[in-house]
Design a protein. Structure first.
Length: 255
């Protein structure tokens, strides 16, 4: 029967473990001073124009925009690859969203004071909002990063070396901007956006990518294709995950 088989050193499990560890540290309040310091540093550049630009940019991670992109990608995967990969993609997004919502309601956390929250009087960061006791992890960061990692792994913009370099630099810039603007606006602590990023990495690795040739010569295989962008963002995964094995029932890759 098709199923999963994980090596304990595989990046997927490493990222889930890292998310669990960060969640525990956040719940114990060990990052409170770090979070306050990051907010003070980013809000040092505060200004009305900066506020409006940050709010406008945050539409990229809104449920409305990311939901539309998710449906488009699911349809593309269904037609170009297979229904199985489309369903894995939707399932991974759903799993990450469930974890995000559950953590926001049940994980104890330092509340965000109203006085540090910023905004723009004629702009909103999205139509769909959710009131929750906590802010960990950042849903904007999770949704944005998850879609970015999927776009990278599936080579949506081509598999040539130049295309990959330009695409990855652009995607990494989007992640950095989302991280900075969520903290700058006082919508999240720094630990929230880092948690959202790690959660996105973890669930994105549940989606079996097609065996695509790597422009950097890392090899290829059926059912899973690990990409350097994950190692760039997660050096601990690179250190602990070699060699590893991940099976999706129809094929596997050994590194």
């Amino acid at each position: 029967m098709p199923g999963f088989r994980f090596d304990w050193r595989h990046p997927c499990l490493i990222h889930f473990a890292a998310f669990a560890g960060l969640s525990l540290v956040t719940a114990l309040g060990l990052l409170n001073q770090f979070d306050l310091w990051c907010t003070r540093v980013l809000q040092f550049f505060a200004g009305h124009e900066t506020d409006c630009r940050a709010v406008l940019f945050n539409w990229v991670g809104s449920p409305e925009f990311t939901g539309l992109v998710t449906l488009i990608l699911a349809g593309l995967f269904w037609l170009k690859f297979s229904p199985r990969q489309s369903l894995f993609f939707l399932g991974a997004m759903a799993l990450g969203t469930i974890v995000e919502v559950a953590a926001k309601f049940w994980l104890p956390q330092m509340p965000i004071p109203d006085e540090i929250q910023r905004g723009c009087e004629f702009l909103s960061g999205g139509i769909i909002t959710m009131d929750s006791p906590g802010s960990y992890p950042s849903g904007h960061m999770f949704r944005t990063a998850f879609l970015i990692f999927i776009v990278d792994r599936f080579r949506i913009f081509g598999s040539g070396l130049i295309n990959q370099i330009i695409t990855r630099l652009t995607l990494i810039l989007l992640i950095i901007l989302m991280l900075a603007t969520r903290v700058y606006l006082g919508e999240h602590w720094a630990s929230d956006v880092i948690g959202g990023l790690i959660l996105a990495l973890a669930v994105s690795l549940l989606v079996p990518a097609p065996a695509l040739p790597s422009p950097l010569g890392r090899g290829e295989g059926e059912g899973f294709n690990e990409e350097p962008i994950f190692y760039f963002l997660s050096p601990w995964a690179f250190f602990f995950s070699r060699p590893g094995r991940l099976s999706f029932g129809t094929g596997s890759v050994r590194r």
